[in-house]
Design a protein around this ligand. Structure first.
Ligand SMILES: Cc1cc2nc3c(=O)[nH]c(=O)nc-3n(C[C@H](O)[C@H](O)[C@H](O)COP(=O)(O)OP(=O)(O)OC[C@H]3O[C@@H](n4cnc5c(N)ncnc54)[C@H](O)[C@@H]3O)c2cc1C
Ligand code: SF4
Length: 493
């Protein structure tokens, strides 16, 4: 145990400092800064090394949390980092971006602030980077088996690293011009600078993973051709179909899906595109949807120089304390103040969008009118449905509207037609308890099979799917399988 009296002596949670708002709004560099080693050790020392560590259960990866907390407290950072890497391929991602379900289930959280588990993880990842410790771990022996992985987000990458290290020849196919999935072209640089992803990719390439960009499976190569060329195929294509809002005025110029805005901005920041076609500079921006994607739009719009940013959420404002519906150790729905919320903008709850307001008959080159406002009404709950309350309508000025309403599931991409892959009633690629679809030797992991979710789940599913593929190919496996396949009923992003 780290320090038997640690949680009695140190009762406050201290997480890492952030760059000051006026400075960070001038660039796209990461907001979070490093934590002092002494503070980190004190915080890790709050861990009680519980006999039944509920944090383990909260973490989809099964991270060995009390063990690495103890080692960090003792300043044995190399050993602690090794413990973390034994269960998590990419702690640099989860340390920076995970909403930390482990902390929601930390036993200390019953009557004190939870241990800063995510912070410890983030610093261990930084420690690995400082030490240049991204040493490639190529397999000692190669097998004769070849695996194709389609999609290069965290699920595809985790599966690729596990299977490459198990000795198989692994090729990752990606339709975008660069590897990384939503890590590259979704999550803004102020949350995750892309050299963090590049460093891990360099390690994976040195281990032998093959990356093929700019190839869309289903179009450039058919799924059945891929299936014939490889011994197994993993679908890790994410859940990128955005939820739409088919209200009057949806077709107006200036109303966009959030991902069009975010992906383009990431390309401009990376120098892959010269100019933005959707620019918030000087505009009144209205974001529909109060989740992670919405908050990423706030930070991006403010950095582009928006005149104002308003987020509208259809539901009630969540509370700041656990509700009775989410008792410990469940992950509660709480009012979140993410780094983008600290930077500016207003948030409005119980706001139902009625229609988008047009500027009249001033058609642009595409014969479309421009949006100049959003009509919203108070949300009322009628027979379990959220509806706009008549008589409460008001218009909010808007030159740019971003729809951040979640995702309905994966794209079909020819899967059904070319390899007869079935989709389940939630719209996700259907799979059995071993991540295999109804098509022989075709597996699925991450958001494509689960629905839009989190990076930690994508990594966990990628690892578990790799174990299933290894067993399918060789008859047995020593790869870990941290989670069984499950579906998310609704998208939370
Ligand atoms: C804006 C935004 C912010 C987010 N922020 C967070 C966060 O802070 N923390 C967190 O935990 N989660 C966050 N998430 C969720 C997280 O990014 C996803 O859950 C995770 O990336 C899913 O991983 P994946 O590997 O399943 O799919 P993805 O990351 O979506 O990758 C799928 C890849 O497959 C490629 N692809 C699709 N079809 C084909 C095809 N036919 N051929 C070839 N390639 C194909 C796509 O181009 C894409 O690169 C966020 C999501 C969004 C949209
Ligand atoms: S539940 Fe919290 S206090 Fe207990 S072992 Fe896990 S991190 Fe430590």
């Amino acid at each position: 145990m780290a320090d038997p009296r640690g949680f009695l002596k140190v009762t406050q949670r201290v997480t890492q400092p952030k760059r000051p708002v006026p400075i960070r709004l001038m660039d796209y560099r990461e907001v979070l800064q490093r934590q002092q080693q002494g503070t980190l050790q004190q915080q890790a020392g709050r861990c009680m090394d519980c006999g039944v560590p509920f944090c383990h259960n909260g973490c989809p990866l099964g991270n060995l949390i009390p063990e690495f907390n103890d080692l960090v407290y003792k300043d044995r950072m190399d050993d602690a980092a090794a413990r973390l890497l034994s269960t998590n391929n990419f702690p640099e991602l989860t340390g920076k971006l995970c909403p930390a379900p482990c902390e929601s289930s930390c036993v200390l959280g019953i009557n004190q602030p939870a241990v800063t588990i995510k912070q410890v993880e983030a610093e261990l990842a930084e420690h690995l980077m400082d030490a240049g410790d991204f040493t490639p771990c190529p397999p000692e022996r190669h097998t004769e088996y070849r695996v194709a992985i389609v999609g290069s987000g965290p699920a595809g990458l985790a599966a690729a690293q596990q299977l490459t290290r198990a000795g198989h020849t692994v090729a990752v196919y990606e339709r975008d011009e660069a590897i990384g999935g939503l890590l590259r072209f979704g999550i803004p640089d102020f949350k995750l600078e892309k050299q963090v992803v590049d460093r891990r990719l360099a390690q994976m390439a040195a281990e032998g993973t093959i990356f093929r960009t700019g190839i869309e499976i289903g179009t450039d190569i058919t799924w059945d051709a891929l299936r014939r060329d490889y011994d197994a195929v993993i679908i890790a294509t994410g859940a990128s179909v955005p939820r739409d809002l088919p209200v009057p005025g949806r077709e107006l110029n200036g109303v966009h899906h959030a991902m069009e805005f975010l992906a383009e901005n990431n390309r401009v920041v990376a120098g892959l595109k010269q100019e933005r076609s959707i620019d918030a500079a000087g505009k009144h921006v209205v974001i529909l949807g109060g989740g992670d994607t919405g908050s990423d739009c706030i930070g991006t719009a403010l950095r582009q120089g928006a005149a104002s940013v308003t987020t509208l959420a259809i539901g009630k404002q969540p509370g700041t304390e656990r509700s009775e519906n989410h008792p410990w150790p469940m992950m509660p729905v709480l009012f979140e103040v993410q780094s983008s919320h600290e930077e500016g903008g207003e948030r409005s709850y119980l706001a139902s969008t009625v229609n988008f307001v047009s500027d009249g008959d001033r058609h642009d080159a595409n014969n479309l009118n421009k949006v100049i406002g959003v009509t919203v009404a108070e949300t009322e709950f009628v027979a379990g449905k959220r509806l706009p309350k008549p008589g409460t309508e008001r218009v909010i000025k808007a030159d740019l509207v971003l729809l951040a309403l979640g995702f309905t599931g994966p794209e079909d991409s020819g899967l059904d037609e070319q390899v007869s892959t079935e989709f389940n009633n939630l719209g996700n690629v259907a799979r059995d308890g071993y991540y295999m679809t109804n098509a022989d030797a075709v597996f699925v992991a991450g958001d494509a099979g689960r629905g839009a979710s989190l990076i930690v789940w994508a990594i966990a599913e990628g690892r578990a799917c790799a174990a299933s593929v290894d067993k399918f190919l060789t008859g047995s496996t020593t790869l870990p399988a941290p989670v069984a396949p499950t579906d998310r009923a609704i998208s939370i992003i």
